[in-house]
Design a protein around this ligand. Structure first.
Ligand SMILES: Nc1nc2c(c(=O)[nH]1)N[C@H]1C(S)=C(S)[C@@H](COP(=O)(O)OP(=O)(O)OC[C@H]3O[C@@H](n4cnc5c(=O)[nH]c(N)nc54)[C@H](O)[C@@H]3O)O[C@H]1N2
Ligand SMILES: Nc1nc2c(c(=O)[nH]1)N[C@H]1C(S)=C(S)[C@@H](COP(=O)(O)OP(=O)(O)OC[C@H]3O[C@@H](n4cnc5c(=O)[nH]c(N)nc54)[C@H](O)[C@@H]3O)O[C@H]1N2
Ligand SMILES: [Mo]
Length: 755
């Protein structure tokens, strides 16, 4: 047995298959803080949730394509690869001829696996582009709202998201870190594409010892490691904007705002000030006003504002805050507040977005450009904002607004998914099931019988990253890792590349798709994109890794802008930070007005819905896995309570409901219900519960209490609505719910094995 290198989104590793056929995994030797998620990889090989052979839904096989309510409820019939290829190629051909390529939805959002060549979405798009294209999905679930908003406010998004002050700069220069959403350590093991050295735990350790004063703003104390001392402001979820406005009003009322900075570097502060002081709507947004909304005492708000004005202050906002209804506002208000402090562009001061959301935010080192599989050009221009998938399927021809334009949903006949799990990532899963009944055909490539595979017509089993050859690295990685094949493919699984090669040959584009290359030849070809200075591919492959050139980069867009706002004008219409945006004002959206504004969401504790559903659910990222990936793995399973996903609930809220630690509870609202295992925790503020995403959706048919997920997927509870007409971003982070002890006969969780 040889131990071989590979990498994952949560870390590089070495692995071998032992005598019992089990995968043994150990972290990369250079990793100072390996991720506990590595253990989940043990569930990869031969797990009973693997898709063993191509499978076709019986109803589709017998009656042919068409809308079908039984999708997701039917049984599957295994077929040969040849039959599967004939069916998929024939159906693609039919759709193209009868409806045109825009009737194919190839957005296929999702994280798939690390590895530059076998990146499932790139493979899918390369293939679809060669056969006439597809309707695309624009943006991300991660920061889709900020991606649309930030260009209006500061001209572009990338610099804000990925090129802010580095952690060492913050540790050295920042005096006060005001962290909206904290710096959740659990998230920092993950970087898309791979990560060799986890440096964040070290940075957090340095932060703890640095004496930086920290204000943790958020409903969940665990969003900052307990080893990092902080003052906790347990704000009501979804009200951060009101808190920021209260802070801004205090700065303004006490003359603590930096008028020179606002004059020289910003536009539209006066309108914003008029709004703060009540000139716009008669409501003064002072600390007392903010206190009533946020439940943070007014005196604390005033004191915090004064402290912010006195210190080198970094305001950070996690991405979770924009994954909510009106999620544009906390990001825009955070920037306005930082502008009032006049520290944007100073080392360790200003505004940061996503510190604590991803392993590479605030990381040092250059952005490495690792070669990727060319996708070609999509001849179809049609797209949707990615999180509008169910709306699109349910309303063909329907109109909606997006970033200043009115658009029409295309009529989708075929949905093609490879490398994502919409029955993990999308909101209101009961609605999504209805939406998935609409197209003629759903094709899914998956290694596992996820809920998305179960809701397909044709499921094509794919290899996992340990069953094929590739190479991978993250955006700011230190190493390019040779991903060796560690085990043979499970069952009849094939690489996404092999599957598309089979389809391409049936559709007459095989030479264009493969360019005549084997997998190994593709790897060699892509590797050449690194230039002449690197060792030969064979040497790289034998060594198992390549150390990437590193350099310190802490020169931010805003530092240049600060040095000279004319030479380095921002790419906004005014060249300045737009605290008020004439462009956004021109769109006339009441759900995203011209400047940062407090807008009540539907799901918040201060609104009328809270009478029926009095607990605020935080549906955040799981600490025990990446999204839904390897939910059947040991790290993920070890944290389940009574076989269900764990829901954290404050002891007072639990006591009021007769719930004890370890009880199975039913979490519900008017959209759906799921079971979960109660964990009592004082780390939450009262009236907040936390149930992370990622438990594989396991709907119980005909349960007396209505649609019920036996396993604990919070997306049965979240609302399927865009952030606003501006960004139409995902709003899955929040939902109002009720929780009760579940005393009925407990339905088993069955999603972890083949259907
Ligand atoms: N309520 C709520 N919902 C959310 C969020 C939230 O905060 N709250 N967050 C959102 C965010 S930020 C994100 S990014 C999304 C994540 O949503 P997704 O990215 O869709 O979630 P994953 O579980 O990573 O799905 C990846 C799927 O690809 C499969 N896969 C892995 N490797 C391969 C491969 O090589 N080939 C193929 N064909 N398949 C492969 C995996 O088995 C898995 O099923 O969730 C979103 N959903
Ligand atoms: N272990 C692990 N790490 C991950 C991922 C994973 O699945 N697992 N996913 C990765 C991906 S794709 C992404 S996009 C990032 C996402 O990064 P984020 O979106 O930042 O992560 P979340 O965990 O969803 O949310 C962070 C914290 O925000 C807090 N929060 C929620 N609502 C509010 C609010 O209204 N106000 C305040 N002040 N705080 C609030 C929650 O308590 C939560 O723990 O994480 C990445 N990292
Ligand atoms: Mo994400």
């Amino acid at each position: 047995m040889t131990i071989l290198p590979s990498t994952s989104h949560w870390g590089a590793f070495l692995a071998e298959v032992d005598q019992d056929g089990e995968l043994r995994v150990r972290p990369h030797p250079a990793d100072p803080a390996p991720s506990p998620l590595l253990d989940n990889l043990k569930a990869t090989l031969g797990h009973r949730s693997r898709v063993a052979a191509p499978a076709v839904r019986r109803g589709w096989l017998e009656h042919g394509p068409g809308p079908d309510e039984r999708r997701g409820r039917d049984e599957f019939v295994e077929v040969s690869w040849d039959e599967a290829f004939d069916l998929v190629a024939g159906e693609l051909q039919r759709i193209r001829t009868d409806h045109g390529n825009q009737a194919i939805y190839g957005g296929s959002y999702g994280w798939a696996s690390a590895g530059r060549f076998h990146h499932a979405q790139s493979q899918l798009r390369r293939f679809l582009n060669l056969v006439g294209g597809y309707t695309a999905g624009k943006g991300t679930y991660s920061f889709g709202t900020s991606m649309v908003l930030l260009p209006h406010v500061v001209g572009e998004a990338h610099s804000v998201l990925f090129n802010g002050s580095t952690w060492p700069t913050i540790v050295q220069n920042t005096e006060l870190l005001v962290a909206f959403g904290g710096v959740p350590a659990k998230n920092l093991f993950v970087t898309p594409g791979g990560v060799t050295k986890h440096t964040m735990p070290g940075h957090l350790h340095d932060l703890a010892r640095s004496g930086v004063d920290i204000a943790l703003v958020g409903p969940f104390r665990a969003d900052l490691p307990s080893t990092v001392e902080a003052r906790w402001y347990p704000v009501r979820p979804g009200t951060d904007t009101a808190l920021m406005l209260g802070l801004a009003h205090t700065l303004c009322a006490e003359g603590l705002h930096d008028k020179d900075f606002l004059d020289r570097y910003c536009t539209g502060y006066d309108e914003f000030e008029r709004y703060l002081t009540g000139g716009e709507d008669g409501v003064v947004k002072d600390a007392a006003w903010a206190a009533a909304i946020t439940e943070i005492p007014a005196a604390d708000i005033v004191a915090l504002a004064r402290r912010m004005a006195r210190s080198r202050t970094m305001i950070t906002v996690t991405w979770s805050l924009q994954r909510t209804q009106h999620g544009e506002q906390p990001v825009w208000a955070g920037i306005a507040l930082a502008a009032m402090l006049g520290q944007i562009g100073l080392p360790g001061g200003g505004f940061g977005h996503g510190y604590g959301s991803m392993g590479d935010v605030g990381s040092t080192g250059p952005d490495v450009r690792i070669p990727a599989l060319p996708q070609g050009v999509n001849p179809v221009r049609e797209f949707i904002p990615v999180a509008r998938i169910a709306d699109m399927l349910l309303n063909p021809g329907g109109q909606y607004e997006f970033d200043g334009s009115t658009r029409t949903y295309p009529d989708i006949r075929l949905v093609y998914w490879a490398g994502g799990n919409p029955f993990h990532h999308h909101q209101d899963l009961n609605r999504l099931r209805t939406a998935f009944a609409r197209p003629d055909t759903v094709v899914v490539h998956e290694p596992y019988w996820t809920a998305t595979a179960r809701n397909a017509d044709i499921v094509l089993p794919t290899t996992t990253m340990v069953e094929r050859e590739d190479f991978g690295a993250g955006r700011r990685d230190t190493h390019l890792i040779a991903m060796h094949r560690i085990a043979p493919p499970a069952g009849l699984a094939r690489d996404d590349y092999a599957i598309f090669t089979g389809l391409a040959s049936r559709m007459g584009v095989s030479a264009e798709f493969t360019e005549g290359r084997t997998v190994r030849q593709w790897l060699e070809h892509l590797y050449q994109g690194l230039g002449d200075e690197v060792p030969s591919f064979d040497d790289f492959w034998a060594a198992g890794e390549l150390v990437l050139p590193q350099g310190e980069t802490d020169r931010t867009l805003f530092a240049d802008f600060r040095s000279d706002p004319d030479t380095h004008a921002l790419p906004t219409p005014s060249g300045r930070i737009e605290i008020t945006s004439a462009t956004v004002a021109g769109f006339g959206y009441d759900d995203c007005p011209s400047h940062p504004t407090w807008l009540e969401p539907e799901d918040w504790l201060g609104g009328p819905r809270a009478q029926d559903f009095p607990l605020h659910l935080i549906a955040n990222q799981p600490s025990t896995r990446l999204h839904s990936q390897l939910d059947v793995g040991p790290t993920s399973q070890a944290a389940k309570v009574a076989g269900r996903e764990a829901i954290r609930i404050h002891p007072a809220d639990a006591a009021a409901r007769g719930i004890a630690d370890g009880d199975i509870v039913r979490v519900f609202n008017d959209r759906g219900a799921c079971l979960a295992g109660a964990v009592l925790s004082e780390e939450l503020r009262e009236r907040v519960v936390q149930l992370p995403t990622g438990a594989w959706f396991d709907p119980v048919a005909d349960h007396p209490s209505g649609a019920l997920c036996a396993h604990g997927n919070p997306n049965v509870l979240t609302a399927d609505r865009g952030s606003s007409r501006l960004a139409q971003g995902c709003t899955g982070q929040h939902a109002l719910v009720q929780v009760e002890r579940f005393d009925g006969p407990v339905p088993p969780v069955t999603v972890g094995r083949r259907p």
